[in-house]
Structures are given as C-alpha cells and as structure tokens.
Design a protein around this ligand. Sequence first.
Ligand SMILES: Cc1cc2nc3c(=O)[nH]c(=O)nc-3n(C[C@H](O)[C@H](O)[C@H](O)COP(=O)(O)OP(=O)(O)OC[C@H]3O[C@@H](n4cnc5c(N)ncnc54)[C@H](O)[C@@H]3O)c2cc1C
Length: 410
Amino acid sequence: MSRQIFDAAVIGAGAAGMMAAAQAAQRGLRVVLIDHASKLAEKIRISGGGRCNFTNIGTTPANFISQNPDFCRSALKAYTPQDFIALIERHGVRWHEKHRGQLFCDDSSESVIRVLKTECDQAGVTWRMPCAVQRIALESGDYVLTTDSGAVRAHQLVLATGGMAIPQLGATDFSLRIARQFGLRIVEPRPALVPLVFDAQTWQPFALLAGLALEVRIEAAPFGRASRRTPAPAFLEDVLFTHRGLSGPAVLQISSYWQPGTPIRIDLSPHQPMEAFLLENKSGNRQQLDSVLSRAWPRRLAEQWLNHLGGQELASRRIADVPDRALRDLAQRIHHWSVQPSATVGYKKAEVMRGGVDTHELDQKTMQARRAPGLYVIGEAVDVTGWLGGYNFQWAWASGYVCGRALVGQ
Ligand SMILES: Cc1cc2nc3c(=O)[nH]c(=O)nc-3n(C[C@H](O)[C@H](O)[C@H](O)COP(=O)(O)OP(=O)(O)OC[C@H]3O[C@@H](n4cnc5c(N)ncnc54)[C@H](O)[C@@H]3O)c2cc1C
C-alpha cells in the first residue's frame, strides 16, 4: 500500500473536522480527512430532531462550561454565528429561528452535511473513509499514521473525533487517547446534556407522573454560588417526568453542571407565587386543596404532590380548613424542591461529553498543543462544552475554523 504525504491529517470528519479540513485546503494545503464511519457526520444528521440546531445567534463564552472559561473567547470571536449563516446561505440552505436564538434548517440536517462536504470537495480534500487508524507515531517531526488502508504521513495532525456520547453511532475516546499519548492532560470526561435518574425508593411517588411536562426554574448545587470561575446558572425551561427520573431541556441543561452526590433544586411554579395564590384562595373556600392547587398546576401533579407530602387526607381537605402555616410550607416545597439524582443515564443517551483535552494545553487562537508542535485538538474533544441550543455546533465550527486557518503548508 502506498504512503502519501500531506500537510495535515484530520482525524474525524464531523462538524469540526470538516470545517478545519475545508479551511486548510482552501488555502492550498494538502489535507487528508480520515473517519472510521461508513456514513458521513451521523451526529449532524440526527441533531436537532433531524433539522440540526446549527448555531445560536446569542452565543457568548458564558454559554460554555470549561475549567478555563475564557479559553473559547478567541475562536468564538474569530468565527461567529453570522459567519456560519453566511456560509450555508451561499449554498442556498434556508433556516429559521425556533426558540431563544436557536437556528434550525428549514429542510433537513442533510443540507448542513452537504455544505461541509462540498466545501471539502471543492478545495480538494482527500477522503479516507471508512478508515480506522491503528497507531500514530512521530518520525522526524512528522505524524505517521498506520491505518487499515495504508500509511499516512503528515506534517500536522488534527484530532477531531468528538466526544463519547452515543457510542452506538461510533463515538469513541480516540482523541483523548492520542492526546494522552503525546503528553496532554485530560479533564475527566462525563456525559452531559443527559437525563438524570433517581434511586427507585426516592422516585417511587413521582414515577406515576411519567410523561408530564411543565416549565420550571432549575439549578444545581452549590446553589447561588455564582462567581466567574464557578458560575451556577439557573435555567427556565421545561422539565419532563420519566419512569426513572427527569428529562427535558431544563434537566439536560442542569445535568452539565450536576456533580454526583449533590442535589438539584427546582422551582415547580416559577411564574405563580404559590403562597399568595393559596392564601388568597383560602378564605371561605369549600373546595378541596387538590382542586384549588389544580387551578395553578397540572391536576396530575397537584394530586400526586399532595399525596406525597401528606397522603390522601391532605389532598382531600377543604382548603379553608388547612392552617396558613401548612399552606406556606406547601408553597415553600413547590418553589424549592430539592432532590438528589443517583446518576445520569450515561453516554448512550447523552447529547455531549463534558471534559476532554485540558484547554491549558492548547493555544486558544489556533488549538495547537503547546508542548506537541503540529498537534491540534478541536470540537467536542476539547474541554469546552456548550449549553443545549446550538452552542456545541458553534464551538465545533469556530474551533475547526481557527485550526484550519492556522495549519501551515510546505
Ligand atoms: C442526539 C444528538 C443531538 C444533538 N443536537 C445538537 C444540536 O441540535 N445542536 C448542537 O449544537 N449540538 C448538538 N449535538 C452535539 C453535536 O452533535 C456535537 O457537539 C458536535 O457534533 C461535535 O462536533 P465534533 O466535530 O467535535 O464531533 P462529531 O461531529 O461527533 O464528529 C466526530 C467524528 O469523528 C469520527 N470518529 C470517532 N472516533 C473515531 C476514530 N476512532 N477514528 C476515526 N474517526 C472517528 C466519528 O465517526 C465522527 O464522524 C447533538 C448531539 C447528539 C448526540
């Protein structure tokens, strides 16, 4: 089998890898793009329910989690949501804003894949796909890859194999393993944007609510400790009760901040102050407490919640007979529901991996490893994790772009 020499080998033909390869090849570099999958960019394909939430027009560094919160700043400034919009519009892709700055394709996520593939093809990127990389060695300053379709020699190497979420689609820890091989530190990876589960006993009273969704305000411990280094944001989004725990956008968002062994806190009535509502509806009211509560809350939730707190007896008491103190206590519990998840459902159902290659190892303007010249890491493999809402793709485009512009030819 022949050995070809390239200016850069990019491993991982996903969002970040295709962007980097196209940018470098458009500047005349000889680039090879290698991926072990037989189908191109599966994560883009399934993203956003098949319509790809490809960016968020409100993107700022505050929408990302990293041990080094400022790291993403340069790349996000160098390649903005408007830049990506301009790119897809040049290819005739139509889009719309759905919710809070989240942009989706009008048709299908296939159109985003087509844009990136066309950009690579027109720039002359060499494809090796499907192709597995068995080994990487450094020889006279070049990266030499042993692959199942022959050896590849490149002056520079880009690790763009993403995170470990959805292993059933071929996600691996490849970038982390190779980064370690070249001496780079790793921030412990964990599933993120992922449903949370509870032990069976804790969840038993709530399992009956499976399928119920409502808007809540949610936060993770340590509550309210917001500093520049350890921001503790709260999200106002929908939560979804499941048979084993909680899901929905609110829970996916907070899962990225949740630390095992700590509680999450949920305000189950973020718009309606419950104490005032219950006390205002008390005087002379012959209705049962669960009926009154159902006027401000889904009935199923009202009944189950009261049963959980005080059994059938509390639910069926006339509100006029319930002491103010008990109503205040009920309101307090509704606004400050503190529960401790036992685990996440894991990488099988996670949207992303948090953690990854420690950003202190990388140059923020280029994504090049400080102590391994010619080695770059981009996309989800880096310890930069976006919130739900298009931020993870924006990070993939931006980190891929700055890397692709920084790669050099010979
Ligand atoms: C169900 C789901 C929905 C999502 N929806 C959205 C959304 O709407 N908006 C958003 O911003 N983000 C979304 N994300 C997250 C987003 O898909 C990722 O953050 C993004 O794709 C990361 O880009 P990447 O280039 O780093 O990795 P990827 O796009 O995952 O690409 C990595 C590539 O590397 C290849 N690869 C992996 N291991 C190897 C190996 N050992 N050898 C060779 N190749 C390898 C893979 O085949 C893949 O092609 C979603 C994720 C999931 C799972």
